[in-house]
Design a protein around this ligand. Structure first.
Ligand code: ADP
Length: 627
């Protein structure tokens, strides 16, 4: 007997001992594999011009045998060779979600087991209801058939067997009933029927099951009281029309949501769906979903964007990345278009048709998001908390080229009101002569409020936007302005200036220049700012790069190429420290350097910048106190 690979064994353990309440999904998983296997063969037939492989030749059958306690799921799809049986069913280590599932399997406690419902649980889910599984398979075009058999985590065998046609037949030996689980329900005709209707209705090949029927009786037979003769017949249970090919009016909200959850393995309802049917230059049908929450790996390298692409009902690729711009990478959905049949996974990139569909879809998503923003603010904000960063990142990454698409969709927390406002809402509250959209960079509204310059600006009646993500300031640099108003960091040097201060600065030019000299080029200038109110010192910046940007840049792999903000040391003229500085300047000019360094050191600290010479400077502070 061969052992399962370690990771597979863990998933298997989870499945076998599963207390997962939704055991019934095993049937959906197996049927979906059958459908994929048929797709593969049908697609191969089309591409290679193999005759005798038309749609009508394909079927999936589900048969129950109550005596033997077996449930058999068979397809006449592409099948598997011995090697494929081994690789596909002996190892599970492919998709990101599975990697997550298996890595965490050990830590998963019983109560966490519902987590598995978030993912495509695949073939192994059959072990939730079966104590033994046999997989008979014959690869298309091969004369050998093989049997893969396993009774659980111990391992599996692959041995040669006999089989008529190509395809795969899976025999599940259903577990004995227990107090909690009546596994025999999966052998009941009504149950099979209802599970197929519920989960697999839109599978594009007929799913047939044996249905018991009674022969019609003639009147005479009825009179004689003859028992009705029964027979079994294969009946197709699914409607076979994919959801996206149905009319909107035929599909219920539950069906849209259910399709989303089943297909994209999300346990939350989507924030919105849109069902599109476009006829024209390019024709396509699509169902697009805007999720509410980001999947666990969304902001990581492992996340792959893309829409499921079908051409006339045949799956071409699970994730067609070309159909979605990066900034809408959270969108899930299916697209079905009559593309030329030569299209393969390799030629997708060059397809002009796909480009047109992509452009069209982008517009649709934008308008759906705007609609959500306008008509269901609460839902939009929930969506925005998950994906807002991606939208802002989109503006930054494309050097602002996509701003027309994205600008109306972004929001920031208002410092005045503590809630999200759009840029439009912010600007609408301004007077015509107002020039600036003020923002403060800090993780929270509260933290912006504690920035020295905040109070003064709020006092003047302006609101301030809280830029809480690293990308925010970089993104708005790409925008430059919005509706004629310029973005202004409240820590810019010119925000705090006033005529009275200008005068004061001129009068004290000598001492201020001397302090700047003492700092050896670390600051671009030193100035007095009465807007500091109760604070002794602060740092601001002039020019393009703000203090926050310097922080973000310095954390990048290349250290931001040494890009630094032009810093301005602001001193509060109304604070006692200024009197002291003036005294030192007059009485002991050489002593000024220590003061300048301590002030600069403190200003860096309160601005959240790193301090390099901390030992030296703290020694100086103590020395001064000791004097
Ligand atoms: P997934 O379908 O997510 O890849 P599964 O565990 O359900 O994972 O299946 C593993 C693999 O086994 C499939 O990718 C497929 O290659 C193969 N397989 C499963 N069922 C069938 C089938 N009925 N016919 C052919 N191949 C199959």
């Amino acid at each position: 007997m061969k052992s399962f690979k370690t990771q597979s064994k863990r998933v298997l353990d989870l499945m076998i001992n599963s207390i997962y309440t939704n055991k019934e999904i095993f049937l959906r998983e197996l049927i979906s594999n059958c459908s994929d296997a048929i797709d593969k063969l049908y697609y191969k037939g089309l591409k290679e011009g193999i005759s005798g492989l038309t749609r009508n030749d394909f079927a999936i059958t589900v048969t129950a045998d109550k005596q033997k306690r077996t449930l058999t799921i068979a397809d006449n799809g592409i099948g598997m060779t011995a090697e494929e049986l081994e690789n596909n069913l002996g190892t599970i280590a492919r998709s990101g979600s599975l990697a997550f599932k298996t890595e965490n399997a050990e830590e998963m406690k019983e109560g966490d087991i519902n987590v598995i419902g978030q993912f495509g649980v695949g073939f192994y889910s059959a072990f939730m209801i079966a104590e033994k599984i046999e997989v008979y398979s014959k690869s298309y075009g091969s004369s050998d058939a093989n049997l893969w058999v396993s009774e659980g985590a111990e391992g599996y065998d692959v041995i040669p067997c006999e089989m008529d046609g190509h395809g795969t037949k899976i025999v599940l030996h259903v577990k004995p009933d227990t107090e909690e689980d009546k596994f025999s329900t999966y052998l009941e005709e009504y149950q099979i029927r209802s599970l197929i209707k519920k989960y697999s209705d839109y599978i594009r090949y007929p799913i047939k099951t044996e249905v018991s029927k009674y022969k019609e009786q003639t009147e005479e037979e009825q009179k004689d009281g003859m028992p009705r003769e029964s027979y079994v017949e294969l009946e197709t249970l699914n409607s076979m029309t994919p959801l996206w090919k149905k009319n909107k009016s035929e599909v219920t909200e539950e069906e849209y949501d259910g399709f989303y959850k089943d297909t994209f393995f999300d346990y939350e309802k989507p924030a919105k769906h849109v069902h599109v049917s476009v006829e024209g230059n390019v024709s396509y049908k699509a169902i697009l979903y805007i999720p509410t929450k980001a999947p666990f790996n969304y902001y990581s390298k492992n996340y792959e964007k893309g829409l499921k692409l079908y051409t006339d009902g045949v799956l071409i690729t699970e994730k067609c990345a070309e159909l979605l711009p990066d900034y809408f990478s959270f969108v899930k959905g299916v697209v079905d278009s009559e593309l030329s049949l030569n299209i393969s996974r390799e030629t997708i990139q060059q397809s002009r048709q796909l480009k047109l569909i992509g452009a069209n879809i982008e517009k649709k998503i934008k308008s759906e998001l705007l609609d959500l923003l306008k008509n269901d603010r609460e839902k939009y904000e929930e969506f925005y908390k998950s994906f807002g960063m991606q939208l802002k990142y989109g503006i930054y990454q494309s050097y602002g080229m996509n701003k027309d698409t994205l600008i109306d969709l972004i929001m920031f927390k208002s410092v005045k009101e503590g809630k999200f406002v759009t840029l439009k809402e912010y600007t609408e509250a301004l007077k015509e002569e107002d020039k600036f959209i003020y923002y403060g960079t800090a993780k929270t509204v509260e933290a912006v409020k504690s920035l020295p310059q905040c109070e003064g600006i709020l006092d003047k009646g302006y609101d301030i936007l809280c830029f809480s993500d690293d990308v925010d300031e970089f993104a708005i640099k790409m925008l430059g302005e919005y509706l004629g108003k310029t973005f202004k960091n409240i820590l810019s040097e010119d925000v705090s200036s006033s005529e009275a201060d200008d005068k004061l600065n001129l009068e004290n030019k000598g001492i201020l220049e001397e302090i700047a000299n003492c700092l050896d080029g670390k600051v671009a200038k030193v100035k007095l700012a009465s807007s500091l109110k109760t604070r002794p010192v602060s740092l601001s910046s002039e020019g393009e790069i703000s203090l926050e940007m310097e922080k973000v840049l310095s954390q990048m792999p290349n250290g931001g190429e040494g890009l630094k903000a032009n810093k301005v040391l602001e001193i509060n003229p109304d604070h006692a420290i200024f009197e002291k500085l003036k005294k030192v300047y007059v009485e002991n000019k050489d002593g000024l350097k220590d003061y300048a360094e301590i002030l600069y050191f403190s200003a860096r600290l309160v601005s959240g910048l790193s301090v390099e010479d901390s030992l030296e400077t703290t020694d100086k502070i103590i020395e001064l106190i000791a004097k």
